[in-house]
Design a protein around this ligand. Structure first.
Ligand SMILES: *Cc1c(COP(=O)(O)O)cnc(C)c1O
Length: 450
């Protein structure tokens, strides 16, 4: 096991410490300013304001130290303010901050594309393009696959999440809060069932895929389909790992029918699931992949990587944007990717999984309200149900989450039914903090089921 001192590389003491009730007085004051200044449409899980962060700790402006089990939604995989990232950003920002890659170019952009082409599955010839956000990468994946196939239909999945722009809202399954009152939505988006072992009676992946394929053939027509896009593990949908065989069956159907198969690895990518990308767990090779979140240690950057002939099928000038692949974000990404490679953070994610699963199993046995424990690597979730049933319990999930927050452990919720508690620690999380977070999660479960 790698030493955590070397991994965390932060001068913030790696300990949970509450010096006020949460939120503290300074956070409470800022919260009032927020309410007066910031749109209500942008909500917040905790009314806590952060001053510094590093390793597995978030320090708030009142001096409380919280354990970070969310990593800013799977973003700070290499840790917050990781020294190598900070150094690379500082050096770049002092040289130049922007030229627009489409006007005059720079090495960082090319370097990130080279890394993406090298690290994503498959040894075929690849090309990449960079954007500002995950949603923008997804939009561009659809643009490219339509241009390449000269077809329009896009197949998406139940429980899928792809972003908040107009096209990606249409592609996202869940209405509240993402879509409610924001229509009309983009056309030519078709939603099909997802393999969801806990709720489909553990059906074989290939059987669910056969139903999906039949639906595509009967309701859309395979030769009208430009792309099938799927998260190899549904993120916002509740860390749903499809049954083995589901993804490979879809890939071969896509290959046989000239359909571009796109893996949306925005949440699952960059060592999160115990390998560079979650597609690797089933050995699938997507034609195209979208990445973002964990790519740049917290700076906004997204990537689209695909087969050269697909990515190069678009006319010059058809892709791009003012800020896409900003030099500072690219410098951060090059540094973050080096950290992941040098410190084997994929291996680290597997170590986190090995600690979490037995602890969560024991909580499940003690309390009887955890219906399913799932995920891979450092992307682990529990689905909460009414005791002895498969009935989702969103209310209890929210209560557990609040109890953890009150004790200084930042956990996130997810799931179509709002009943999933998800854990996405930074991959550099010290093991003693992970154990402590699990102690507090266990206390919350036990005291709320008494
Ligand atoms: C977060 C996410 C997106 C959207 O990324 P943004 O950077 O928030 O636009 C798209 N797809 C998946 C799977 C995500 O988890």
């Amino acid at each position: 096991m790698t030493s955590t001192v070397e991994l965390t590389a932060t001068d913030i003491p790696q300990e949970r410490r509450l010096v006020t009730a949460l939120p503290g007085p300074k956070s409470t004051e800022l919260q009032a300013r927020r309410v007066a200044a910031v749109s209500k449409g942008v909500s917040g899980m905790l009314p806590i304001y952060i001053d510094r962060a590093g390793g597995g700790i978030l320090v708030d402006i009142d001096g409380n130290q919280l354990i970070d089990m969310g990593a800013g939604i799977a973003v700070t995989n290499v840790g917050n303010a990781a020294p190598a990232v900070v150094e690379a950003v500082q050096a770049q920002v002092a040289k130049f901050t922007h030229t627009c890659f489409m006007v005059t170019s720079y090495e960082g952009y090319v370097e990130v594309c080279e890394a993406l082409n090298r690290l994503t599955p498959g040894d075929h010839d690849k090309r990449s393009a960079l954007f500002n956000s995950g949603a923008e990468a997804v939009e561009n994946a659809i643009k490219v696959s339509r241009a390449y196939t000269k077809r329009q239909a896009v197949v998406v999945f139940e429980h899928g999440y792809h972003g908040r722009t107009n096209l990606t809202m249409a592609m996202t399954a869940k209405n509240m809060p993402y879509k409610q009152s924001f229509g009309p939505f983009a056309s030519e988006i078709y939603r099909v069932p997802l393999s969801y072992p806990f709720h489909d009676g553990n059906r074989a992946g290939a059987d669910v895929a056969a139903d999906v394929i039949s639906k595509i053939e009967k309701e859309i027509g395979a030769d009208n389909v430009a792309a099938i896009i799927i998260e190899p593990i549904a993120g916002e949908g509740g860390f749903i790992v499809p049954a083995p065989g589901f993804l490979p069956s879809l890939v071969s159907f896509a290959n046989d029918n000239g359909i571009v198969f796109i893996a949306d690895e925005i949440q699952t990518g960059f060592c999160r699931t115990g390998s560079w990308f979650a597609s690797e767990h089933e050995g699938i090779v997507p034609d195209m992949m979208t990445t973002a979140k964990g790519i740049a240690g917290g700076l906004p950057l997204a990537g689209l990587t695909g087969r050269a002939e697909i990515m190069d099928s678009v006319h010059a000038g058809g892709l791009g944007g003012t800020y896409g692949g900003n030099p500072v974000a690219c410098a951060a990404a090059v540094a973050a990717i080096s950290i992941m490679e040098e410190q084997d953070l994929a291996g680290r994610a597997r170590e986190i999984e090995a600690v979490m699963i037995p602890r969560l199993k024991s909580i499940a046995e003690k309390t009887g309200v955890i219906g399913d424990i799932r995920g891979r690597g450092a992307m682990i979730a529990v689905e909460l149900v009414k005791k002895g049933t498969n009935t989702p319990d969103a209310e209890f999930t929210s209560a557990v989450s609040k109890a953890c927050h009150a004790q200084g452990v930042v956990v996130l919720t997810a799931g179509t039914y709002g009943n999933v508690l998800r854990f996405l620690p930074p991959l550099v999380m010290p093991m003693h903090l992970l154990e402590e977070a699990l102690d507090i999660i266990e206390e919350a479960f036990v005291s709320l089921t008494k």
